[in-house]
Every structure is written in C-alpha cells, then in structure tokens.
Design a protein around this ligand. Sequence first.
Ligand code: ADP
Ligand code: ASP
Ligand code: MG
Length: 412
Amino acid sequence: MPTLVMKFGGTSVANLDRIKRAAKRVGVEVAKGYDVIVIVSAMSGKTNELVGWVNETSPLYDAREYDAVVASGELVTAGLMALTLQEMDVPARSWQGWQVPVLTTSAHSSARIEDIPTENINAKFGEGMKVAVVAGFQGVSPEGRVTTLGRGGSDTTAVAFAAAFDAERCDIYTDVDGVYTTDPRVSDKARKLDKIAFEEMLELASLGAKVLQTRSVELAMRYKVKLRVLSSFEEQSDDAGTLVCDEEELMESNAVSGVAFSRDEAKMTLISVADRPGIAAAIFGPLADAGVNVDMIVQNISEEGRTDMTFSCPVDQVARAEKAMEEAKTSGEINYHDLVADTDVAKVSVVGIGMRSHAGVAAKMFASLREEGINIKVITTSEIKISVLIDRKYMELAVQALHDAFELDKAA
Ligand code: ADP
Ligand code: ASP
Ligand code: MG
C-alpha cells in the first residue's frame, strides 16, 4: 500500500470537534487506499501550559524531567485521535514515541531524530491497521528516557516518518492554508505561495517563520520528501496549499520571495575588549559552552588596541550570556569595560533565491526602512537573505514596508 503522512498541528486538534474534523480528512485518504501515518501535536496552548508548570516548579530544571512533562500533551491527542478514528470504523492505533520507537540523541529539549525503525508499525499495517497515530515532538534517548525535539518539533516528526516510510507525500495541516510571503497575521497583503524552494523555506523558518520547524525542512530537503503545507479548516483539493520543492520546479522567482521576523531578540555589546588575536574565540567559546545561540556578530573599529564586540541572541538567553561573560572576565580570559544588553530588538529578514541574480536588494531594503524612519542596529547577509536588527516596536511596520517595497503581493 502507498503510505501518506498527515500532520495536524495544535489548532487542528484543539478540541474534540477539531479532532473529529481532522479524523474525517484522514478517513478520506484511507478510502483512497493509503496506509496513513498521522502525526499529532498537543492541543493548542497545552505545551505552553506544561512549559509554564515546569518553569514555576523548577526555574533551572533538569531537562530530562522537562521532557517527561512537555511530551505528555501529544500523548493525549494521539489517543483521542485513534479513538475518534475507531468510532468511524477506521482501524487505528496510537503510538507514543518510545513505542515506535523514534530513536533520538540524548540532547533533552532539543533532541535530534537518529533513526525510526519501521518494523513495529509495518507489522501492524500488515495485520490490518489502516492508521498509525503517532505522538509528535518526541522520541526516546539511548538511555531509554523520553526526549523532545524542540518547539514546533511535530513538523520534524512528520517529515522523519515520511522519509523512513518512503511516503508518497507529507501533508502538514495547520491554521493557515499554506506558506505566505510573510506571516498573514502581520500583513494583510501577505500572499499565499503555490510553491516555495526548500532553500528559501529553510531560511524563512530559521529566521522566525514558525509555519515549519527548521529541522523539518532540512530533513525534507535531504531525503527528498514531498512536503506540503495546507489548512485543516477548509475542504482541500489535491493541489491545495503550498508545495515545498526543489528550486528547479519553480518557474520564475522574484528577487525576494518572503519576509520573516523574530520578535524576541537581544543585542549585547561588550564595551572595550582588547583587540588581539584570539579575542573572538575567547568570547564566543564560553557563550557556546553556556548554550547561548549567538546569531549576528559585529566587531567595531579598533581604537588604541581596544574595540567593542556586538552580538545578538534570543532574549531569554541574556542572563545566561551575562553569566558566561562575567565568569570569563573573572577567570581572566577576557577583559571588558561593560556589557550592555538591549532587550527590545527584533530581527527582520528578506529571503529569496532570486537575490543571487538580482543586484540592489540590500540598498532597496535599507531605503525602505529609512523612509519609515527605522534605525538599523545590526546587518547580516548571506547569499539568499539579508537580516537587520531594529527596535522591536517597529517590527510590524518594517515587515509591512518591506512587503510593499518588494511588491510581494504580486506574483513573479
Ligand atoms: P501548528 O500548530 O499547526 O504547528 P504553528 O502556529 O506552529 O501551527 O504555525 C502556523 C503559524 O505560522 C501561522 O498561524 C502563522 O501565524 C505563522 N507564520 C509565520 N510565518 C508564516 C508564513 N510565512 N506563512 C504562513 N504562516 C506563517
Ligand atoms: N506541541 C509542541 C509545541 O507546541 C510541538 C508542536 O506542536 O510541533 O512546540
Ligand atoms: Mg508548528
């Protein structure tokens, strides 16, 4: 039998009615003759609640217990989905991560999937099961403990299953009807894309567009999974939603295909560090060891052998970064005058494979921000993206201005 993977995000399983609706969609595919693997998220809001409980109980929590708690949301929806399908006379069974098993690394709260043996589920398909409902977002470590895959990780579960079971397609059902030129909640001019290249989707996801977890796009690209994003709220035709595909499948592209943003950034500046060989390693080594995800880095000009070093990181890692820098100062590895944290910044990025062949994208981006009177604090670029750090209060304005400037409401 051909296999199909269908993933339902939090809002698509938010209550029993929604689960029924999703189950009906699954039933349609079963009727077409597919063996279906359904991946479910926790009911929307549930994971946030569980994370909140962990933080309240133990601010510097043991990550193994964090995983034990937050993985539970998906267990509930997996069981309820299997029961709903059974009520519809569809032979279905739920699977927790460890039962499959989804084998992961032991990096608790951000584990990576290493392997998904297919024998157990395939044996049940062989016995007449039509739907395997798998709890997303989780797996089991070599030590036999429950792990989770990082926020939004059910997308990655879905793509990993599609690769492991050689599925015909991986459909990601969510609360929007596809991938848009920017978050439709921020710009009402956002336009749905019929297709987007893996590389662009990868950049958009990693720069903050949470419609797909970054790692899921990486996996889809590597294992050539046919990946589609579509709405669970509307009746869907076979070509609905957005197909994430190889660049070659795109007819033509604009210089910029999307605008992404990340709200909760911080800009940290070490004032007056010695400008000597090895200084960057002495700063960023301890930050990495402390688990700080440094993104943008700028070293300012040197004066009398001293310089300022600026970097950005997620705002909830500021305390960790400060601690790491203070320790490095105390141990004599680095010496600085002051560490200034600006916790009111956001990152806005434009992304497009068309940038490789179009000149002037950066100039246009900067001019558009200037027209809105938005000051740029840090800039980084790569072959297919340009990111700027700006004051958070201007984030929405910047996204809308850039969307207009690059005429993203119009197709290429
Ligand atoms: P799910 O619970 O189904 O996994 P998520 O909330 O994780 O859903 O992701 C869907 C959300 O991603 C949308 O509601 C939308 O606000 C947001 N989003 C951000 N950027 C984009 C984009 N470029 N296209 C579509 N949605 C986007
Ligand atoms: N429930 C998890 C989260 O909210 C995983 C997911 O929904 O993808 O992050
Ligand atoms: Mg998600």
